[in-house]
Design a protein around this ligand. Sequence first.
Ligand SMILES: O=C(CO)COP(=O)(O)O
Length: 214
Amino acid sequence: MFVLVNLKTYPCDPVAVAEAVRDVDESTDARLAVAPQAADLARVAETGVETWAQHVDPIEHGSNTGHTLAESVADAGAVGTLINHSEKRLKLADIDGSVQAAERAGLETVVCANNPEQIGAAAALGPDAVAVEPPELIGTGTPVSQADPDIVEDAVEAADNVDSEVSVLCGAGISTGDDVVAAGDLGAEGVLLASGVAKADDPQAALEDLVEPL
Ligand SMILES: O=C(CO)COP(=O)(O)O
């Protein structure tokens, strides 16, 4: 299983969480990674943890003030990027452009979507993976893999119908090892999660619990 920890703009210490993710990664067969804010990418990557961006824009080098260039994200040490997170939604054409920009820069891509119908559309754009995250469950602590298992199974089917090479992750409310196991049982190859680790008093202990059954 792939466990991708999105730090959003939570007031955690990104380097401390990154070090915890790195240390737990060494003790498990699961693949762990962390997605800090763009401004924190370089110092997070310096810890040695697998580092992802939260977003890249559908642009090239040039006059694009305030945008996030995929090549700069890669130069800062990221190996992948989220695209179209529920909290950073893009137009379809821009999702397509961001996937192309990420691929141009050698970044792995996970395109997020709200439901299985959108997952099918996202898979058609050729990312490495898609992630289904029902917005109403994000940050609630109610895990999608238990509260809405159909949405995960339907997302897996929708992606498979379009392109069987595209992996499916799920996210929202996932905070325990049981939640991750349930996601895997529904066909997901990984989970996206945030508050369960980024807002935990002890992020390392939260991560150890998450990967313990994997
Ligand atoms: O949005 C998410 C991950 O990208 C999910 O957030 P929570 O794990 O806090 O529900």
